[in-house]
Every structure is written in structure tokens, then in C-alpha cells.
Design a protein around this ligand. Sequence first.
Ligand SMILES: [Zn+2]
Length: 430
Amino acid sequence: MNIQTPEEVCQPDIEMAARLFETLRVQGFDGVGITRDAYGAGENAAHALMKAEAEKLGLETMSDFAGNLHMTLAGKDRTAPRILIGSHLDSVAQGGNYDGAAGVVGGLAVVAGLIRGGFVPPVDITVIAVRAEESGSWFPAGYPGSKATLGTLPVELLEAQRKDTQRTLAEHMTDCGCDVEAIRTGQRLFGPDNVAAYLELHIEQGPVLDSEGISVGVVTGIPSSRRLRAGRVIGEYNHSGATPRKYRADAAIALAELAVKLDEYWGDLDATGRQVVCTFCVLETTADASFTKIAGEARFQLDVRSIDPGTVQAVFDRLHQLVPEIEARRHVRFELGGEGANDGVPMHPLIRRDLIDAANAAGVRCIEMPSGGGHDPVAFALAGVPAGLLFVSNQHGSHNPHEAMRLEDFDAACRVMVAWVMQSAGKTYN
Ligand SMILES: [Zn+2]
């Protein structure tokens, strides 16, 4: 006789998930890709869809003062710190259907599986749809939805303007039925006292899992970053035919040398297993450049990220060593301009360990990997809430209409979440 394990009885509801993804696609299609605008009609429609589905499942639903949607499966102890699983429902303009939505739909698929299997969790499990994660596209404010609930949103960000409407975050929130006064007065809904763990499922947005043929990645941390947005190299415009090599001050070649040498250094770090990404996002001559002229000026932007701040520092140390060498040899001057930086956040080590155990229990192969981009677990972790992030393999990156995800990979990730919830609900991580 075959005896099923509890995890096998509580299979995630992938049919429901497929139906939700399809409705989201139809709702969000803008003629090119998917647009679900933050604190706007697109995001609202997605919230309404999830709320209706949650009510069909018998979950308790409510929107908090920042407009985040909570869909709760009641646990045995209603007063104990709960588990939050979720992600965001907004998208960039002309983006894909799965960035964000995979985590909310995944949360519902997991909870539907628990209900179907008759599992009553020891504590409340709340699937949360967090508002406005895509700050690059809409509001210049990092994680306003989750930060508002955690009481960590700087109030001046309520005046941040949405890029397309020029209306403020506060105005958009009011339109969506939020209680902006609660945010202004610093009310807090969530913290380490009442949330045992926040777990997010998100598409990888990169090629690693798909290339390796692995469905699921357990994220080690969100990287810290250091950026130069306004780097310049100043040389001298001169006739390309009449100027011998030793008299040249070629800004373009000096910049190219810096880029290649820094890339070689990244290769050295890579070979010794030190994780970092180093990108010259912009490498260009200026409008003054033309045929028959040696480039007198070049500009660049540099983006360096790693979960190990020491490795980011090592890349910048190498940069600061290369610049005077190249300046002396090539008769140019570098202006590095101002630096931007973001602190990285590790994911909770015990949640990482439990997610790997859960993957083993569910029979799903997984690897550990850093995240490339920022996600809402940053806001939770910085507020002291134990946070975890699970990646699901996807194709064609993200923030574009070609973004794709296979349902079998999504199913594998949801089964890992089911096993994690069944093993970890009721646990204290802090
Ligand atoms: Zn996202």
C-alpha cells in the first residue's frame, strides 16, 4: 500500500494558478506587453481578481492602510506571530506577466493545496499582495507598500510623484482607498513581534536556473551595490590622421582599457569563487565625436553588485589603482563623479536552511544563489522580520514582454513552499 506524506496530500492548485495567470494576462495586456500600474487601475484590477479567488477559497481578506491585500488562512493559534507569503502585483510598463504575480498566485496555490489536504496550520498563514514594488517604473520610492506596513516608510516619500501622472504617492494611495493619515502618523502593522517569517516567491529574472535545468533557487541574499552614474574621461580632440600615437590623449581608448581591465579583474574574482557582477552600463563618446577625430571625451556608468561588500570594495580598489595608471600612460583625466550605494541584505540563514530541507522533502532539486535585483524581502529583513526568497526558473529575463515561465517549474517552487509551510509554521526564527 502506498502511504502519502502530508506534503503529497497538500499539492498546490496549479490549475487555479494557470487560470489566474491567464486572466491577469488578459487584464494587463497593453498591446505590446503587460502593464499593471502601481497604485493605479492596473494594480487595482489584479488585487480585485486575487481577492475574489481568495474569498472562493474561504480565506479572510482585507486591504490594509497602505492598500496591501491580505488573504488569510486561519491557524490554530490566531494570536501567535503569523507567516506571510507573497509578492507584488504591479508590473513595469510593457513588462511581463510573472514578475511579482508569480509570488501572489503561488501563495494562493499553496494555501489552496493546504485547504484541499485538510491541513490546519498552527498559526495564521497570510498571502500578501504588496503594493508598488516596481519603483523604477512608477514612484521613485523603494518598497512603499511593504515599508508602510512596517512603519519604515519615510513620510516625505508620500510626496514622491508617479513618473507618468506627476501625481503624488499620497494622492494615488487616497484614490485606492488607503488611509494616508495612518502612514503619516507612523502606524505600524507588521514587525518582528507579530510576523514569524516573510517568504517571497519570485521569478529569477536571469538565465542561471534555466541554463542549469534547475527549477528552484534558494536566495542567499540581496546584493549590496555601488554605482558611478556620471563617470567622464577627458582627453583631447585631435585630427585622427595627423596625430601620431605618442601625442594622443584618446578618451575612448582610455575608457575602453579601463573597462577591459576591470572586466579581467572580475574574471579573476570569478575564478576564485568570489561572487560579484560588474557592468559598464554606458560606454560612449559624446556628441562632439565624429569621423576623422580622436575622441576628446568619453562617458560611462558603472554598476557593481555583490552579496559580499568586501568584494564590491575590491572591485573599486582595483578601479582606483587602474585610473592613475591609465591617466599617466594615455595623457587623459578621469572624473569618476558621485557614487551611489545600496546596502545588501542577507536572507535569514535558518529560513534558507529550512527551504533547502523543504526542497529535499518535496523531491525538488534546488541551488543556492544570490539575487540580482532588489525585492520586498529587503524591507522586511531591514525591519527585523526573518525573510526568505525563493526563485523560480524563467525564460527571457524580466521587465520585457517576452518574459516567460514554465508551469512545471512554478509547480516545483510551490511544492517547496507547501513543504516549508508545513514544516515551519509555528517556528520562531528570531
Ligand atoms: Zn518583481
